[in-house]
Design a binder for this molecule. Structure first.
Ligand code: MG
Length: 228
């Protein structure tokens, strides 16, 4: 482990492209497949409301905790497998190469679900590249009564979590895809945006359209930062 550089990634829409559903919507959708009609309707409404941007983050977390009470580790694993399938070999290799060349610590700071990020990385065979994954966590202690705890839950919390790492690292790079990442990107030495679908988030941050391009940029930046 190297205590010099940290690269912090957002999860949803950053480490994989969002197609139809993000990971949390997909988990609720997956739970609904084996639930009764009432839950299926509620799940549909929840996902539609979320996609329409109806929730404030705090409201979302409360509704999400209620909707995922019936989630299980197996369902989370199924979602992780599906999301891992959205990445190409080149995407995966670019992360492995960046890790090897930079020897940086990799972290995920997300307003999403840690377990889903872990399942995704595990299916890609790169869970061990990441030293820290922080967001919301599901606890599957009792069937039908899954609970949730929250670590990072807002854009400002992402920024604070990054700033708390300052004493540990000389250089911190952050990567995100949306408005909830902006405070974290602003706080980083280098903040980059990934826009998988080339739908331009009108960002002030340098934008890349693939993981290989993004990883090459980070590697080049770290070389120049080391020489400075
Ligand atoms: Mg995102």
């Amino acid at each position: 482990m190297n205590c010099d550089t940290c690269i912090i990634f957002d999860f949803d829409g950053t480490l994989y492209p969002i197609i139809d559903f993000d990971s949390e919507q997909l988990l609720v959708h997956t739970i609904a497949q084996t639930s009764d009609e009432v839950f299926r309707k509620e799940a549909q409404r929840f996902i539609a409301d979320d996609q329409a941007g109806c929730f404030l983050l705090e409201d979302f977390h409360l509704r999400y905790a209620a909707m995922t009470r019936g989630s299980t580790a197996a369902l989370v694993d199924e979602v992780g497998r599906h999301l891992a399938g959205l990445l190409s070999c080149d995407d995966r290799t670019s992360l492995v190469t960046l890790k090897k060349e930079s020897r940086a610590d990799f972290a995920i700071f997300t307003c999403g679900t840690e377990n889903l990020a872990e399942a995704f990385l595990t299916h890609l065979g790169i869970r061990d590249l990441f030293t820290s994954i922080r967001g919301k966590r599901l606890h599957f202690e009792e069937v039908g009564n899954t609970t949730m705890t929250i670590d990072i839950h807002t854009p400002e919390a992402k920024r604070r979590a990054l700033e708390a790492l300052r004493p540990c690292y000389r250089t911190i790079v952050a990567v995100g895809d949306g408005p909830t990442d902006i405070p974290m990107l602003e706080a980083a030495d280098l903040g980059l945006v990934i826009d998988w679908n080339a739908q331009a988030m009108h960002s002030n941050f340098e934008t890349h359209h693939s993981l290989p391009s993004l990883c090459r940029r980070i590697a080049a930046y770290l070389v120049s930062a080391a020489e400075a």
